[in-house]
Design a protein around this ligand. Structure first.
Ligand SMILES: *[C@@H]1O[C@H](CO)[C@@H](O)[C@H](O)[C@H]1NC(C)=O
Ligand SMILES: *[C@@H]1O[C@H](CO)[C@@H](O)[C@H](O)[C@H]1NC(C)=O
Ligand SMILES: *[C@@H]1O[C@H](CO)[C@@H](O)[C@H](O)[C@H]1NC(C)=O
Length: 329
């Protein structure tokens, strides 16, 4: 998931300004009038977005799955992602996740504005444009703000999320459950194990993985697990900072889960001591944290195995084997 694919065929994706419709009869808002008929993104920006003029559309690098652009207007800038080949449900799920995080009023995330279908096929999401800063965000501020989000993002329905979403491009099932061990076993580990069996015929990892799921309850003994709002895919590629150095997190795979599951991508996140110290000041470390660490990595290793192939299999397998030995099952 670290690969960044170059932007494809800019001339097709970003029609230059002189390709846009010529001035109409009325001198007032000609651009708006012409654009309204053919592009739902411009239509939204020029109506609900309160702009009267789009001054510039420029490509933005970073994300690897969708095309991203920045729209500068007389009402500020907007960030837009489009994908020509999928319906709006993926962006809808992203918007619901961003909105849930945004509403905690803790860590900075772009505010989502609008999701919809493109004219012929595909879909778009429009959100707040955040100007990123040059430097990495302060690790202790990041830890504190993330913990504040976990603390503030409460769920009345238990573990899950109002919609399914995707982690990388793998579906992530968020059916509500009141039982975390059941939820994590079925919808996280179990889902990935099934994918590995279906796609690679890997029945060894499937069977051993299920033996672990059936026997993992002792790892969660003596703690109360509250559903917390999680970003769900927190690695360095999805963490940045704004121009004031405030941490910003992007591209979530949100759900309500055990706070510790947020560290499942920590092998790709570069969290240091000052991050964890600040985090635990707000969300105290629970007994047994260390012995559960790897079971939360396991979900993401399995996902990488499913997305990128066998290079990740041995990491997943050795976590499973170590737990089976430790639990003596
Ligand atoms: C966030 O991570 C996902 C993969 O997990 C990736 O597809 C996406 O491009 C990342 N976002 C950015 C801004 O790099
Ligand atoms: C659109 O989404 C699909 C499915 O996630 C992805 O494979 C494809 O690369 C995306 N591309 C563009 C340019 O829209
Ligand atoms: C990070 O922020 C903390 C708390 O605001 C501050 O004490 C510390 O000096 C900062 N660290 C860096 C490297 O700027």
């Amino acid at each position: 998931m670290v690969a960044h694919v170059g932007l494809i065929s800019l001339s097709v994706a970003f029609p230059s300004m002189h390709c846009l419709p010529r001035l109409g009869f009325t001198k007032r808002r000609p651009f708006a009038m012409a654009a309204l008929s053919d592009d739902p993104v411009q239509e939204w920006i020029l109506t609900e977005g309160k702009a009267t003029q789009i001054t510039r559309i420029s490509p933005v690098g970073g994300g690897c799955i969708n095309l991203a652009s920045r729209y500068d207007t007389d009402a500020g800038s907007f960030f837009v992602k489009t994908n020509r080949s999928i319906g709006p449900s993926m962006f809808e799920a992203e918007a619901i996740g961003l909105d849930a995080m945004y509403k905690t009023g803790t860590i900075r995330v772009p505010k989502p504005y609008k999701v919809g279908p493109l004219r012929n096929s595909g879909s778009y999401i429009i959100m707040e444009f955040i100007e990123f800063g040059a430097s990495r965000s302060n690790q202790s501020v990041l830890g504190k703000k993330l913990a504040e989000m976990h603390k503030a993002g409460k769920s009345e329905k238990g573990f899950g999320f109002p919609v399914d979403n995707t982690v990388g491009s793998t579906p992530q099932i968020n059916t509500w459950s009141s039982d975390w061990i059941q939820f994590y076993g079925e919808h996280r580990l179990g889902f990935q194990l099934k994918l590995a069996r279906d796609q690679y015929g890997d029945s060894t990892i499937y069977q051993k993985g299920h033996r672990l799921i059936k026997n993992m309850a002792p790892l969660f003994e003596d703690i109360v697990i509250e559903p917390c709002l999680l970003h769900g895919d927190l690695w360095s590629g999805n963490i940045t900072s704004d121009k004031d150095g405030e941490p910003v997190i992007l591209d979530p795979a949100c759900y309500y889960g055990h706070s510790e599951a947020e560290f499942g991508m920590s092998w790709c996140a570069g969290f240091g001591g000052s991050f964890y110290n600040a985090y635990f000041e707000v969300m105290p470390k629970q007994p047994g944290f260390e012995k559960r660490r790897d079971i939360y990595l396991l979900y993401h290793y399995l996902n990488h195995y499913n997305l990128f192939g066998s290079g990740y299999r041995s990491s997943a397998m050795s976590i499973i084997d170590d737990y089976l030995r430790m639990l003596n099952v």
